[in-house]
Write a protein that binds this ligand. Structure first.
Ligand SMILES: Cc1cc2nc3c(=O)[nH]c(=O)nc-3n(C[C@H](O)[C@H](O)[C@H](O)COP(=O)(O)O)c2cc1C
Length: 172
């Protein structure tokens, strides 16, 4: 099972279409971060202690954590905001801290990020690729990254981007 967590606050645009393309290509469930009510991780340590992998906050994250636990591949799809993932998706990533390292082992973690920078060799994609790799190494998950530029509002250019997304998804 693939879990696709999509982090754009903007409905129906690039990230949403990228998430749909991944689902169409390899299947899975799309979870839109913007639709969830998720509290901030407060670093209380409950999930690592008494909570034994569960958070004290009983919100939409309970369902997400359950799905991620079952998933073979977790795909984070997000626009790039200020050289980072969006604030919409970040609380979800933080709350995934509840998963024990051994629960990540053998799973694949993929980042598919889009920014208005169309030069895909730009340093922002390299920075984000490396940042994701550090996370994946820490939890001992397999890692894959795709960064795409989506500035050109032309449908034709974006359809080529979606082909790249499809090819990448097939490698997961
Ligand atoms: C607040 C903000 C910050 C942004 N920062 C970056 C950035 O650092 N690098 C970049 O390439 N694009 C940046 N962008 C452009 C978005 O990443 C781009 O428009 C993206 O395709 C939006 O995805 P969406 O269509 O799913 O909303 C930024 C956009 C916003 C609104």
């Amino acid at each position: 099972m693939n879990v696709i967590i999509a982090g754009s606050p903007r409905k129906g645009r690039y990230s949403d279409r990228i998430a749909e393309k991944i689902k169409e290509t390899i299947g899975g469930e799309i979870i839109h971060a913007r639709d969830l009510s998720v509290g901030q991780c407060i670093a209380c340590g409950y999930c690592k202690g008494k909570g034994n992998g569960s958070c004290f906050q009983k919100d939409d994250m309970q369902d997400v954590i359950g799905k991620v636990r079952e998933a073979e591949c977790v795909i984070i799809v997000s626009p790039i905001y200020w050289w980072q993932l969006t604030g919409t998706i970040k609380p979800i990533i933080d709350r995934l801290y509840a998963l024990r390292a051994e629960e990540w082992k053998g799973k694949k973690l993929a980042f598919v990020l889009n920014g208005s920078e169309t030069n895909e060799n730009d340093r922002e994609y390299a920075l984000l690729r490396d940042q994701g790799k550090e996370m994946a190494d820490y939890i001992q998950a397999e890692y894959a990254f795709l960064g795409v530029g989506t500035a050109d509002d032309e449908e034709e250019a974006f359809s080529r981007t979606l082909e790249k997304v499809r090819d990448f998804a097939l490698t997961l």
